[in-house]
Design a protein around this ligand. Structure first.
Ligand code: EPU
Length: 420
């Protein structure tokens, strides 16, 4: 018997107020778990979010020979021997970060083979940056049926230019470069905080990398990495989602553990919208409503620009801002499907190419909507919290993939939200 799909039922129209502590970063934690393949020793990760994507990644690692123990927010990975270099297609197709096993398998065992990874359907998501990097390090890349195969008896350092600062591409190539012989320079690397954290983790495991958090990363290859204990950074995207829910509901939300310098673009835009924002050591980030929100224009671009993974939630908040707001999406070519869901709640929102145009402030009215992917799901939650009356949100499996304890965090801020 198929089990009934779970949903959230949200009673909206209440300002969110209070403090919330966010979990460790979903994406950074996924990179850190994959890094466990790079050493025969034990890697202990703390502050790992309790989300479905981490369970899936752990399952993939187990099938490659790792022992992965998950105990609350601590994950211990140990891979004395890699027993397979080909993760199963059905798991790889469930999450995009699964492709991050390729770099470590190539570096440690000289080969890896897997299907193109799955992930959110938000646009064409090529892999050429990964392959350019692997090839420059001396690997051959070929297609075997449905699989990509990379192999190299030995990797050597290289000067590598990325056409685009791909986040996973940077991490995958770094994973291979740390164990390559000689010096590697990556030019046009992704400077996202999650990538910088992965670099710090690799250094804690004995790698020699400089330039983390900048577009040029330098790596001196080492012959092996050792175990480490490492804490995952707080999730800036989860933090941004709650801050925007606070803005949309006319509330006052503080993220106690937000790292302010990871969130400059959001803080700037929230101030422009008329929120009072305090940010700093000991505060985290607090954003308080201060009269009606004002319309703003946002471009979603790579870090340190406004995060594409906060675009849908920002558009949901914009429905409550006076005037015409715009979000111009410049990372993905199919991120705007959530717009139809927001319209079901009464939002005056349209797309023109990759630009989303929002007219506000519009009173939203509760209704039935669907979470289409993780961030599209977060956007309908933000809108439902701002809407008068009851909303039902279907497809919340997407939210479970990326938000640990979403309903508890929102309830702590005074929201009426129930999982059914
Ligand atoms: N791109 C290329 N060539 C490549 C790879 C990417 O041109 O070889 C372009 C594509 O146009 C693509 C864009 O770069 O649309 C972004 O792709 P990128 O490779 O940077 O994204 P990713 O590494 O696949 C990670 C996050 C995404 C996040 C993006 C951008 C993980 C598991 N995923 O994906 O997170 O949106 O970086 O910041 O870390 C999410 O958390 O909801 C999510 C989708």
């Amino acid at each position: 018997m198929p089990t009934a799909e779970q949903c959230y039922v949200i009673g909206g129209g209440r300002p969110l107020r209070g403090d919330v502590t966010v979990s460790g970063s979903k994406n950074a934690a996924l990179y850190a778990v994959a890094a466990g393949l790079l050493t025969a020793d034990t890697l202990t990760l703390t502050n790992v979010p309790r989300i479905a994507d981490i369970e899936e990644m752990a399952e993939i690692m187990r099938l490659l020979g790792s022992t992965v123990e998950i105990e609350g927010e601590t994950v211990r990975i140990s891979t004395p021997v890699i027993t397979s270099t080909a993760p199963p297609a059905e798991l790889v197709m469930r999450l995009r970060a699964s492709f991050l096993v390729m770099g470590p398998l190539l570096a440690r065992n000289g080969e890896a083979e897997c299907v193109p990874p799955g992930g959110d359907v938000i646009g064409s998501r090529p892999l050429d940056v990964h392959f350019v990097g692997f090839r420059m390090l001396g690997a051959s890349v070929s297609r075997h049926g449905a699989n990509w195969r990379v192999e190299a008896p030995k990797l050597h350092g290289a000067r590598i230019f990325f056409d685009y600062p791909s986040v996973l591409g940077t991490v995958n190539v770094l994973f291979a470069a740390v164990l390559a012989e000689g010096h590697t320079t990556i030019i046009n690397a992704a400077p996202e905080p999650e990538v910088a954290m992965a670099t710090e983790l690799l250094n804690a495991m004995g790698a020699k990398i400089t330039g983390e958090g900048t577009p040029t990363i330098e790596v001196d290859g080492v012959s092996s990495l050792h175990g480490a204990e490492f804490a995952i950074i707080p999730d800036r995207l989860e933090a941004g989602t709650y801050l925007l829910a606070g803005a949309a509901t006319g509330g006052d939300v503080r993220i106690t553990n937000a790292v302010p310098h990871h969130m400059d673009s959001l803080v700037a835009k929230m101030r422009e919208m008329g929120m009072t924002v305090e940010a700093g050591e000991g505060i985290g980030i607090r954003a308080a409503s201060n009269g009606p929100l004002q319309a703003v224009q946002v471009q979603a671009v790579p870090y340190p620009g406004f995060a594409t993974d906060l675009h849908p939630q920002m558009a949901a908040a914009m429905t409550q801002a006076q005037g015409i707001s715009l979000v111009h999406e410049r990372v993905y070519d199919n991120r705007t499907l959530y717009v139809n869901e927001l319209r079901k709640l009464g939002a005056r929102i349209i797309t023109a190419g990759d630009t989303v145009i929002v007219e506000g402030a519009t009173p939203l009215i509760g209704g039935a909507v669907r979470a289409l992917d993780i961030r599209a799901g977060a956007a309908v939650v933000v809108a439902a919290l701002a809407a008068e009356g009851e909303s039902t949100i279907l497809g919340i499996g997407h939210l479970d993939r990326g938000y640990a304890g979403l309903e508890d965090c929102l309830r702590g801020l005074g929201a009426q939200i129930e999982r059914r």
